[in-house]
Design a protein around this ligand. Structure first.
Ligand code: SF4
Ligand code: SF4
Length: 357
Protein backbone atom coordinates (compact mmCIF):
# COMPACT_ATOMS: atom_id res chain seq x y z
CA UNK A 1 0.00 0.00 0.00
CA UNK A 2 1.19 3.47 -0.84
CA UNK A 3 2.27 5.65 2.07
CA UNK A 4 0.96 8.69 0.25
CA UNK A 5 -2.28 10.02 1.72
CA UNK A 6 -5.16 9.92 -0.67
CA UNK A 7 -5.67 13.40 -2.11
CA UNK A 8 -9.11 14.92 -2.22
CA UNK A 9 -10.76 14.96 -5.61
CA UNK A 10 -11.55 18.51 -6.58
CA UNK A 11 -15.14 19.10 -7.48
CA UNK A 12 -17.18 22.18 -8.18
CA UNK A 13 -17.06 24.69 -10.94
CA UNK A 14 -13.82 24.58 -12.98
CA UNK A 15 -11.90 27.74 -13.77
CA UNK A 16 -13.76 29.27 -16.72
CA UNK A 17 -10.77 31.16 -18.15
CA UNK A 18 -9.27 28.00 -19.67
CA UNK A 19 -12.41 27.47 -21.79
CA UNK A 20 -12.77 31.06 -22.90
CA UNK A 21 -12.62 32.15 -26.53
CA UNK A 22 -9.03 33.49 -27.11
CA UNK A 23 -10.33 36.97 -27.98
CA UNK A 24 -12.35 37.14 -24.75
CA UNK A 25 -9.32 36.00 -22.79
CA UNK A 26 -7.04 38.54 -24.49
CA UNK A 27 -9.42 41.47 -23.91
CA UNK A 28 -10.72 40.44 -20.51
CA UNK A 29 -11.96 43.53 -18.64
CA UNK A 30 -10.91 45.86 -21.48
CA UNK A 31 -13.98 46.32 -23.63
CA UNK A 32 -14.71 49.76 -25.08
CA UNK A 33 -18.33 49.48 -26.21
CA UNK A 34 -20.99 47.10 -27.48
CA UNK A 35 -24.21 47.05 -29.48
CA UNK A 36 -26.94 44.63 -30.55
CA UNK A 37 -27.06 44.51 -34.37
CA UNK A 38 -30.18 42.28 -34.26
CA UNK A 39 -32.07 40.22 -31.64
CA UNK A 40 -29.84 37.42 -30.41
CA UNK A 41 -26.55 38.96 -31.60
CA UNK A 42 -24.14 41.06 -29.52
CA UNK A 43 -21.19 42.93 -30.98
CA UNK A 44 -18.38 43.86 -28.58
CA UNK A 45 -15.43 46.08 -29.46
CA UNK A 46 -12.35 46.02 -27.24
CA UNK A 47 -10.01 48.89 -26.40
CA UNK A 48 -7.40 47.03 -28.47
CA UNK A 49 -9.68 47.27 -31.52
CA UNK A 50 -10.54 43.54 -31.47
CA UNK A 51 -14.18 42.71 -32.24
CA UNK A 52 -16.30 39.78 -31.12
CA UNK A 53 -19.80 38.80 -32.27
CA UNK A 54 -21.83 36.66 -29.87
CA UNK A 55 -24.82 34.67 -31.12
CA UNK A 56 -27.28 33.60 -28.41
CA UNK A 57 -29.67 30.69 -28.96
CA UNK A 58 -32.37 29.11 -26.83
CA UNK A 59 -32.10 25.49 -25.75
CA UNK A 60 -34.45 22.95 -24.22
CA UNK A 61 -32.52 23.43 -20.94
CA UNK A 62 -32.25 19.76 -19.87
CA UNK A 63 -30.62 18.19 -22.90
CA UNK A 64 -29.65 14.67 -23.86
CA UNK A 65 -26.08 13.94 -24.87
CA UNK A 66 -26.96 13.85 -28.59
CA UNK A 67 -28.29 17.42 -28.50
CA UNK A 68 -25.20 18.63 -26.63
CA UNK A 69 -23.00 16.91 -29.24
CA UNK A 70 -25.02 18.56 -31.99
CA UNK A 71 -24.45 22.00 -30.39
CA UNK A 72 -20.73 21.23 -30.04
CA UNK A 73 -20.54 20.15 -33.70
CA UNK A 74 -22.20 23.43 -34.70
CA UNK A 75 -19.59 25.27 -32.59
CA UNK A 76 -16.74 23.35 -34.26
CA UNK A 77 -18.06 23.90 -37.75
CA UNK A 78 -19.36 27.48 -37.52
CA UNK A 79 -18.09 29.10 -34.34
CA UNK A 80 -14.38 28.52 -33.81
CA UNK A 81 -15.02 25.71 -31.31
CA UNK A 82 -16.11 27.79 -28.33
CA UNK A 83 -19.46 27.95 -26.50
CA UNK A 84 -20.74 29.05 -23.14
CA UNK A 85 -24.09 28.80 -21.37
CA UNK A 86 -25.80 31.76 -19.75
CA UNK A 87 -27.46 31.48 -16.34
CA UNK A 88 -30.79 31.14 -18.17
CA UNK A 89 -29.54 28.11 -20.12
CA UNK A 90 -29.16 29.97 -23.37
CA UNK A 91 -26.12 28.93 -25.35
CA UNK A 92 -23.71 31.55 -26.74
CA UNK A 93 -21.27 31.14 -29.65
CA UNK A 94 -18.43 33.66 -29.98
CA UNK A 95 -17.17 34.69 -33.43
CA UNK A 96 -14.19 36.77 -34.51
CA UNK A 97 -15.72 37.97 -37.78
CA UNK A 98 -19.08 39.41 -38.85
CA UNK A 99 -19.12 37.13 -41.93
CA UNK A 100 -19.59 34.09 -39.73
CA UNK A 101 -22.78 35.38 -38.03
CA UNK A 102 -25.36 34.64 -40.74
CA UNK A 103 -24.17 31.08 -41.59
CA UNK A 104 -24.25 30.23 -37.86
CA UNK A 105 -27.76 31.65 -37.43
CA UNK A 106 -28.95 29.68 -40.49
CA UNK A 107 -27.46 26.47 -39.13
CA UNK A 108 -28.99 27.02 -35.67
CA UNK A 109 -32.40 27.75 -37.20
CA UNK A 110 -32.16 24.64 -39.40
CA UNK A 111 -31.43 22.52 -36.30
CA UNK A 112 -34.33 24.04 -34.34
CA UNK A 113 -32.47 26.41 -32.00
CA UNK A 114 -34.07 29.89 -32.01
CA UNK A 115 -31.70 32.86 -31.91
CA UNK A 116 -32.80 35.59 -29.50
CA UNK A 117 -33.11 36.22 -25.77
CA UNK A 118 -31.24 39.55 -25.80
CA UNK A 119 -32.39 43.09 -24.98
CA UNK A 120 -36.11 43.70 -24.53
CA UNK A 121 -37.18 40.14 -25.24
CA UNK A 122 -38.62 37.43 -23.02
CA UNK A 123 -35.46 35.47 -22.32
CA UNK A 124 -35.38 31.79 -21.37
CA UNK A 125 -37.27 31.01 -18.16
CA UNK A 126 -35.05 30.44 -15.12
CA UNK A 127 -36.33 27.37 -13.39
CA UNK A 128 -35.72 24.80 -10.72
CA UNK A 129 -34.99 21.10 -11.20
CA UNK A 130 -38.40 19.48 -10.97
CA UNK A 131 -38.85 15.78 -11.36
CA UNK A 132 -35.44 15.38 -12.94
CA UNK A 133 -33.29 15.51 -9.82
CA UNK A 134 -35.04 16.95 -6.80
CA UNK A 135 -36.89 14.87 -4.24
CA UNK A 136 -39.69 17.26 -3.26
CA UNK A 137 -41.22 18.83 -6.39
CA UNK A 138 -44.96 19.22 -6.79
CA UNK A 139 -44.59 19.69 -10.54
CA UNK A 140 -41.99 19.42 -13.24
CA UNK A 141 -39.92 22.46 -14.15
CA UNK A 142 -37.68 21.71 -17.13
CA UNK A 143 -40.36 20.06 -19.26
CA UNK A 144 -43.05 22.62 -18.64
CA UNK A 145 -40.58 25.46 -19.11
CA UNK A 146 -39.73 24.13 -22.55
CA UNK A 147 -43.47 23.94 -23.33
CA UNK A 148 -44.07 27.46 -22.06
CA UNK A 149 -41.17 28.83 -24.08
CA UNK A 150 -42.66 27.16 -27.18
CA UNK A 151 -45.67 29.42 -26.57
CA UNK A 152 -43.47 32.49 -26.08
CA UNK A 153 -41.21 31.74 -29.06
CA UNK A 154 -42.03 34.99 -30.89
CA UNK A 155 -41.17 37.05 -27.81
CA UNK A 156 -37.81 35.24 -27.51
CA UNK A 157 -36.72 35.91 -31.10
CA UNK A 158 -37.96 39.53 -31.13
CA UNK A 159 -37.16 42.48 -28.87
CA UNK A 160 -40.57 44.10 -28.69
CA UNK A 161 -41.27 44.32 -24.97
CA UNK A 162 -40.97 47.71 -23.18
CA UNK A 163 -37.98 46.36 -21.25
CA UNK A 164 -36.45 42.94 -20.66
CA UNK A 165 -38.78 40.34 -19.18
CA UNK A 166 -37.50 37.71 -16.77
CA UNK A 167 -39.69 34.74 -15.91
CA UNK A 168 -39.00 32.05 -13.31
CA UNK A 169 -40.71 28.85 -12.24
CA UNK A 170 -40.48 26.94 -9.02
CA UNK A 171 -41.77 23.44 -8.31
CA UNK A 172 -42.16 23.81 -4.53
CA UNK A 173 -43.01 26.80 -2.39
CA UNK A 174 -40.01 26.93 -0.15
CA UNK A 175 -36.68 26.43 -1.81
CA UNK A 176 -35.17 27.59 -5.06
CA UNK A 177 -37.87 29.81 -6.57
CA UNK A 178 -36.58 33.21 -7.58
CA UNK A 179 -37.87 36.75 -7.89
CA UNK A 180 -38.90 37.61 -11.43
CA UNK A 181 -41.06 39.94 -13.49
CA UNK A 182 -43.40 36.93 -13.72
CA UNK A 183 -42.87 34.01 -11.33
CA UNK A 184 -44.80 30.75 -11.51
CA UNK A 185 -44.83 28.82 -8.25
CA UNK A 186 -46.44 25.67 -6.93
CA UNK A 187 -49.03 26.39 -4.29
CA UNK A 188 -50.26 23.61 -2.02
CA UNK A 189 -53.83 24.06 -0.86
CA UNK A 190 -54.31 21.17 1.60
CA UNK A 191 -52.33 20.28 4.73
CA UNK A 192 -50.02 17.25 4.53
CA UNK A 193 -51.43 13.72 4.84
CA UNK A 194 -49.44 11.82 7.42
CA UNK A 195 -48.51 8.14 7.09
CA UNK A 196 -48.25 7.40 10.83
CA UNK A 197 -46.70 3.95 10.26
CA UNK A 198 -43.57 5.51 8.77
CA UNK A 199 -42.97 8.71 10.74
CA UNK A 200 -41.02 7.16 13.62
CA UNK A 201 -38.70 5.26 11.25
CA UNK A 202 -38.07 8.02 8.73
CA UNK A 203 -38.37 11.41 10.45
CA UNK A 204 -36.43 13.19 13.14
CA UNK A 205 -39.50 14.53 14.87
CA UNK A 206 -38.04 17.57 16.73
CA UNK A 207 -36.52 18.82 13.46
CA UNK A 208 -39.85 18.51 11.71
CA UNK A 209 -41.64 20.34 14.55
CA UNK A 210 -39.05 23.13 14.41
CA UNK A 211 -39.36 23.41 10.66
CA UNK A 212 -42.97 24.59 10.63
CA UNK A 213 -43.17 28.40 10.20
CA UNK A 214 -46.50 28.65 12.04
CA UNK A 215 -45.83 26.07 14.79
CA UNK A 216 -48.65 23.83 13.55
CA UNK A 217 -46.86 20.48 14.12
CA UNK A 218 -46.85 18.64 17.46
CA UNK A 219 -45.44 15.28 18.49
CA UNK A 220 -48.20 12.72 19.01
CA UNK A 221 -48.70 9.01 19.62
CA UNK A 222 -50.98 7.48 17.01
CA UNK A 223 -52.04 3.80 17.20
CA UNK A 224 -49.39 3.30 19.86
CA UNK A 225 -46.60 4.61 17.61
CA UNK A 226 -44.67 7.85 18.01
CA UNK A 227 -45.76 10.19 15.24
CA UNK A 228 -46.72 13.80 14.54
CA UNK A 229 -49.95 15.70 14.18
CA UNK A 230 -50.83 18.89 12.36
CA UNK A 231 -53.15 21.61 13.60
CA UNK A 232 -54.89 22.07 10.27
CA UNK A 233 -56.41 25.42 11.28
CA UNK A 234 -52.93 26.88 11.65
CA UNK A 235 -51.28 25.10 8.71
CA UNK A 236 -50.56 27.43 5.79
CA UNK A 237 -49.82 24.46 3.44
CA UNK A 238 -46.27 25.64 2.77
CA UNK A 239 -44.82 22.14 2.33
CA UNK A 240 -41.76 22.80 4.53
CA UNK A 241 -42.39 19.65 6.60
CA UNK A 242 -42.37 17.31 3.59
CA UNK A 243 -38.62 17.43 2.72
CA UNK A 244 -37.38 16.39 6.18
CA UNK A 245 -40.31 13.99 6.63
CA UNK A 246 -41.57 12.38 3.39
CA UNK A 247 -44.38 10.52 5.21
CA UNK A 248 -46.00 13.99 5.55
CA UNK A 249 -47.04 13.91 1.90
CA UNK A 250 -48.34 17.25 0.63
CA UNK A 251 -48.06 16.88 -3.16
CA UNK A 252 -51.40 16.13 -4.69
CA UNK A 253 -52.40 15.94 -8.36
CA UNK A 254 -55.58 17.89 -7.71
CA UNK A 255 -54.87 20.11 -4.71
CA UNK A 256 -51.33 21.23 -5.58
CA UNK A 257 -52.02 24.24 -7.78
CA UNK A 258 -49.98 26.92 -9.47
CA UNK A 259 -49.80 30.58 -8.56
CA UNK A 260 -48.43 33.48 -10.59
CA UNK A 261 -46.61 36.41 -9.02
CA UNK A 262 -45.67 39.65 -10.75
CA UNK A 263 -43.24 42.52 -10.26
CA UNK A 264 -40.12 40.94 -8.75
CA UNK A 265 -36.76 42.41 -9.70
CA UNK A 266 -33.29 41.40 -8.58
CA UNK A 267 -31.27 44.16 -10.15
CA UNK A 268 -30.46 47.59 -8.78
CA UNK A 269 -30.62 49.12 -12.23
CA UNK A 270 -32.51 52.45 -12.15
CA UNK A 271 -34.81 51.37 -9.32
CA UNK A 272 -34.31 49.27 -6.21
CA UNK A 273 -34.96 45.50 -6.22
CA UNK A 274 -38.57 44.53 -5.45
CA UNK A 275 -40.51 41.50 -4.23
CA UNK A 276 -43.08 40.05 -6.58
CA UNK A 277 -46.76 39.92 -5.54
CA UNK A 278 -49.48 37.32 -6.06
CA UNK A 279 -51.77 37.97 -9.03
CA UNK A 280 -53.32 34.58 -9.86
CA UNK A 281 -53.81 31.48 -7.75
CA UNK A 282 -55.42 28.05 -7.97
CA UNK A 283 -54.38 27.41 -11.58
CA UNK A 284 -54.37 23.70 -12.45
CA UNK A 285 -51.00 21.96 -12.33
CA UNK A 286 -51.37 20.51 -15.78
CA UNK A 287 -48.05 19.25 -17.19
CA UNK A 288 -46.52 18.89 -19.69
CA UNK A 289 -47.98 22.01 -21.36
CA UNK A 290 -49.60 24.01 -18.52
CA UNK A 291 -52.13 25.61 -20.93
CA UNK A 292 -53.96 27.52 -18.19
CA UNK A 293 -50.72 29.02 -16.87
CA UNK A 294 -49.57 29.86 -20.40
CA UNK A 295 -52.87 31.70 -20.96
CA UNK A 296 -52.40 33.90 -17.88
CA UNK A 297 -48.71 34.58 -18.61
CA UNK A 298 -49.55 35.66 -22.14
CA UNK A 299 -52.37 37.89 -20.91
CA UNK A 300 -49.98 39.66 -18.52
CA UNK A 301 -47.33 40.05 -21.23
CA UNK A 302 -49.85 41.46 -23.69
CA UNK A 303 -51.11 44.04 -21.17
CA UNK A 304 -47.53 45.01 -20.29
CA UNK A 305 -46.58 45.32 -23.95
CA UNK A 306 -49.63 47.46 -24.72
CA UNK A 307 -49.60 49.72 -21.72
CA UNK A 308 -46.07 50.15 -20.34
CA UNK A 309 -43.86 53.04 -21.37
CA UNK A 310 -40.55 52.41 -23.07
CA UNK A 311 -37.96 51.04 -20.62
CA UNK A 312 -40.44 50.44 -17.79
CA UNK A 313 -39.76 47.09 -16.11
CA UNK A 314 -42.87 45.19 -15.11
CA UNK A 315 -42.72 46.34 -11.46
CA UNK A 316 -42.24 49.98 -12.54
CA UNK A 317 -45.24 49.73 -14.84
CA UNK A 318 -47.45 48.31 -12.08
CA UNK A 319 -46.21 50.92 -9.62
CA UNK A 320 -47.16 53.69 -12.04
CA UNK A 321 -50.62 52.44 -12.96
CA UNK A 322 -51.48 50.86 -9.56
CA UNK A 323 -52.51 47.28 -8.82
CA UNK A 324 -56.22 48.01 -9.36
CA UNK A 325 -55.53 49.03 -12.94
CA UNK A 326 -53.23 46.02 -13.41
CA UNK A 327 -56.11 43.69 -12.57
CA UNK A 328 -58.40 45.59 -14.94
CA UNK A 329 -55.94 45.47 -17.82
CA UNK A 330 -55.12 41.80 -17.40
CA UNK A 331 -58.73 40.83 -16.64
CA UNK A 332 -57.59 38.72 -13.71
CA UNK A 333 -59.93 38.33 -10.73
CA UNK A 334 -58.92 40.34 -7.67
CA UNK A 335 -59.65 38.55 -4.36
CA UNK A 336 -58.98 39.14 -0.68
CA UNK A 337 -55.98 36.76 -0.93
CA UNK A 338 -54.10 39.37 -2.91
CA UNK A 339 -54.03 41.82 -0.05
CA UNK A 340 -51.46 40.41 2.37
CA UNK A 341 -49.02 43.16 3.24
CA UNK A 342 -47.39 40.95 5.93
CA UNK A 343 -48.40 43.49 8.60
CA UNK A 344 -49.72 40.67 10.77
CA UNK A 345 -46.70 38.45 10.21
CA UNK A 346 -45.22 39.23 13.61
CA UNK A 347 -48.01 37.37 15.35
CA UNK A 348 -49.03 34.90 12.67
CA UNK A 349 -45.60 33.52 11.75
CA UNK A 350 -43.45 31.45 14.07
CA UNK A 351 -41.06 33.87 15.80
CA UNK A 352 -39.44 31.39 18.16
CA UNK A 353 -35.69 31.02 18.55
CA UNK A 354 -35.61 27.49 17.07
CA UNK A 355 -32.79 26.99 14.61
CA UNK A 356 -34.28 26.10 11.23
CA UNK A 357 -32.48 24.59 8.32
S1 SF4 B 1 -38.08 24.51 -6.24
FE1 SF4 B 1 -38.27 22.99 -4.61
S2 SF4 B 1 -38.93 21.09 -5.61
FE2 SF4 B 1 -38.16 22.45 -7.21
S3 SF4 B 1 -36.00 21.84 -7.46
FE3 SF4 B 1 -36.06 23.56 -5.96
S4 SF4 B 1 -36.18 22.54 -3.93
FE4 SF4 B 1 -36.70 21.01 -5.51
S1 SF4 C 1 -44.59 23.04 7.72
FE1 SF4 C 1 -46.06 24.08 6.37
S2 SF4 C 1 -47.27 22.39 5.47
FE2 SF4 C 1 -46.20 21.54 7.21
S3 SF4 C 1 -47.66 21.73 8.89
FE3 SF4 C 1 -46.39 23.57 8.96
S4 SF4 C 1 -47.50 25.09 7.77
FE4 SF4 C 1 -48.37 23.06 7.28
Amino acid sequence: MSSQPRMPIESGVPDAIQYMHPLLKKNYGAWAWHERPRPGVLHHVAESGDEVWTVRAGTARQMDVHTIRKLCDIADEHAEGYVRFTIRSNIEFMLSSADKVEPLIEKLAAEGFPVGGTGNSVSMIAHTQGWLHCDIPGSDASGVVKSLMDELYEEFVNERMPNRVRISTSCCQINCGGQADIAINIQHTKPPKINHDLVANVCERPSVVARCPVAAIRPAVVNGKPSLEVDEKKCICCGACFPPCPPMQINDPEHSKLAIWVGGKNSNARTRPTLHKLVAAGLPNNPPRWPEVAGVVKRILEAYQRDARDWERMNEWVERIGWARFFELTDLPFTRFHLDSWKGARSSLNASAHVRF
